[in-house]
Write a protein that binds this ligand. Sequence first.
Ligand SMILES: *Cc1c(COP(=O)(O)O)cnc(C)c1O
Length: 430
Amino acid sequence: MSETPTFGFDTLQIHAGSKPDPATGARQTPIYQSTAFVFRDADHAAALFNLQEVGFIYSRLTNPTVAVLQERIATLEGGVGAVCCSSGHAAQIMALFPLMGPGCNVVASTRLYGGTVTQFSQTIKRFGWSAKFVDFDDPAAVAEAIDDNTRAVFGESIANPGGYVTDIRSIADVADAAGVPLIIDNTSATPYLCNPIAHGATLVVHSTTKYLTGNGTVTGGVVVDSGTFDWSANDKFPSLSQPEPAYHGLKFHETFGGLAFTFHGIAIGLRDLGMTMNPQAAHYTLMGIETLSLRMERHCENARTVASWLEQDERVDYVTYAGLPSSPYYERGQQHYPKGTGGLFTFAVRGGYDACVKLVNALEIFSHVANLGDTRSLIIHSASTTHRQLTPEQQEAAGAGPNVVRISIGIENADDLIADLDQALAKATA
Ligand SMILES: *Cc1c(COP(=O)(O)O)cnc(C)c1O
């Protein structure tokens, strides 16, 4: 089935990119568990290696099962192409790699997934790249932070986990004016709740580990390209606009137009960095995506119900969820994320650090894990786990103070989740 835009989201999440297997008629996309693919003849092999023909060579670059997932996610995001990777963090490097070079920087939101903050503030320095962190609620500050060496602006749509939602258009306008691409991590929102490309983003990245797979089975990531950015407008993006020595001087943008970023991602990124998604992972994620809209509706509905219950409970100090009228992000959420603001939020337990530790120990349905976006409800006390190395001041600034827990609401019965929280809060604050 081709990705005809007249089909609705629920149809596309099941059909986009897939058709019955041409070899066997298998209705479900087979797991093509093969490293290499036989060339028809030597001319066919040469055409594939010259990028004159698209096809399968070796599974570090392309694989038929992974290709179906790439097309499905690209379609759901409204992009022209996508490259799957071994994890969400791999996808972030794959998104930046064609844009950056030594001395270049990315202007990033202060409110990012904790792992991304570490990747951007520490690890990318090894490549000679750097990040400048600014408040994305202040587009003027984003504009000010962009300098001649900025090659990308990076934010999250719904920022994990403190109930922040981004006005993507306001940041896209700033990036556009500066001639740099906007990359949006859409993991927490998923393409069901938000299509960043429709709001002006150039690239979208996901940790497919989370809601897209949806059941905590595999790690994966993806970079989706809108196909709209003019990589040749200036000399900032030589990897895409200038001759590529490893392909006889081929210019990706001139040759592939809107597909330049995607082709570069496969032909250079996966070929040389090797952060490839395996076909088993693609299979699990394809299965998950088939029910994405149904799960997201329930995640959002349950999150609203549980967050409202927690907010009125006297053992809870506050709840940060953009779906609650008390949130400073409520209006923006209603406007920009009309289908819901996701299943993640934090709340503060009266009784502080010790009460939080007792709470996570006493819960029976909620699992105490460092993950999110699962069908099952998850909880983590950041101050004693993921944010353990930070000072109390740093924890506070990250929205992960000693009295705060983060929850990822699953798709169980909301009444059961509330009953579980009720009994555990009783033990925690006794
Ligand atoms: C989990 C996560 C990542 C990192 O993804 P991995 O698959 O764990 O590498 C990046 N961004 C967000 C918002 C996430 O939730």
